[in-house]
Design a protein around this ligand. Sequence first.
Ligand code: NAD
Length: 373
Amino acid sequence: MPNISRRRLIKTLAAGSTSLMFSPNSLLAATRPKKTKLGIALVGLGYYSTDLLGPALQQTKHCYLAGIVTGTPGKAVAWKQKYNIPEKNIYNYENFDQVANNPDIDVIYVVLPPSMHREYTIRAANAGKHVFCEKPMAMTPDECLAMIDACKKNKRSLAIGYRLHHEPHTIEYRRIVNKKLLGKVTKLNCAAGYRDNRTNHWKQTKALGGGVLYDMGVYAIQGARLGTGMEPLEIVSATTSTTRPEIYKDGLDETTIARLRFPGDVMADIKTSFGENVNFLDIDCEKGSINMAPYSGYSGLKGKSPLGEIRFPYELPWQQAKQMDDDCMSIMQNKAMLVPGEEGLRDIRIVEAIYKSANSGKSVKLNTVSDTH
Ligand code: NAD
C-alpha cells in the first residue's frame, strides 16, 4: 500500500467505501512517515529466537528488535533487561492483537511451533503488520493458503524464514545450476538431519507440528528443488521409519527417505532424520558434480565443483541478520519478498505428497501449476 495520500485515505474512509480489501490499521500505517529501520517483534522466545534471532537483531542495519510476544512472564523480564525493550512493546498471547495500535512494531516474526504458525500469521496480518514466519510454513497447504490470503487482504508482506535463500553458498550453487555452467543436472542426493535426543518436545508431538519431514525434511526438499532448479513432478517412492518407537509413535517419523522425479526424469533422493547427523547436497551435472557439505547449517558451509571451491566464511548469526535485513529492505522499497509464502506452500505440498506416498506405498503425482486455491 505504498503511495496513498492522507487526503485520499480520509476521503475513502469517510465515504465508508465497501471496496476496502485491507484493514484500517494497514491503511493508517501506510500514511505514517517512511522509516529507515523497521521494528521487529519476535513471537515465541524459544531456542531460535534466543540463540539466533535476538543476537542477529543486534547486528542488523535495516531493522531492530522492537518488541516481544511471550507467554512466560520470566522471559519478558529477562528480554526486557537484556535488550532494553520498552514495557509497551511487550505482549502475551492474549493481548497480542493490541499490537495493531503500536507504530513501533512493523513486522511480526512468528517463531512458534509449526501448528501455531497459521493463527499468529493471520492475527499479525489482521493487525496490519508484515509477517516473517519460520519454516515449516504450516501443517497443510490449506493453512498456507489462508496465511497468504490474510497477508494479501491486508496488503502486508509475508516472508518465510528460509535463511539459505539469502546465503552466498546457496546463491553460488544455484548460479552454477541455473546458468548450466556444468551442463544439465542429471541426478541429486541430499540429506538433512541431526540426532535429537528430546522425548517430549513439539518436534516429537504430532499435534504441534512434529515429525522430521516437517522440521528438517523441508531443508532436504529445498536442496532438491534449488539444487535441480526445477519443481518435482512426482514422489516416486517414500518410506518413514523409526529406531525409537517409544518416542516416535502415532505415525510420527524419525527418519524419512523419498525419491522425487523432476522434469527430464531427473531423480532426487532425499533423506531426513532426527536419528543421525547428516548434512550434504550432491548435484550431479553433465560436466561434473557440485558437492556441498555442510550445505544447510548456520555457518561453516562449504562445497566444491570442477569450477573450484565454494567457500564464503562468516560468523554466526550473520545469516539471520542478512535474511532480516534483506526482507526489511524489500518491505521499505516496496519489493516482493525473496522467499514469499508461495515458496513455503510449495514445500508443504511436497511434504503432504511424501507422507501420502509413504502411507500408501504408491507413487504420488504433484500438481505444480497453481499457487492459489
Ligand atoms: P522452541 O521449542 O525452542 O521454542 C518454541 C517457543 O514457542 C517457546 O518459546 C515456547 O514457549 C513457545 N510456545 C508457545 N506455545 C507453545 C506450545 N503450545 N507448545 C510449545 N511451545 C510453545 O522451538 P524453536 O527451535 O525455537 O523453533 C521455533 C520455530 O523456529 C519452528 O518453526 C522451527 O522450525 C523454527 N526454527 C528455524 C530455524 C532456522 O534455521 N530457520 C532453526 C530453528 C528453529
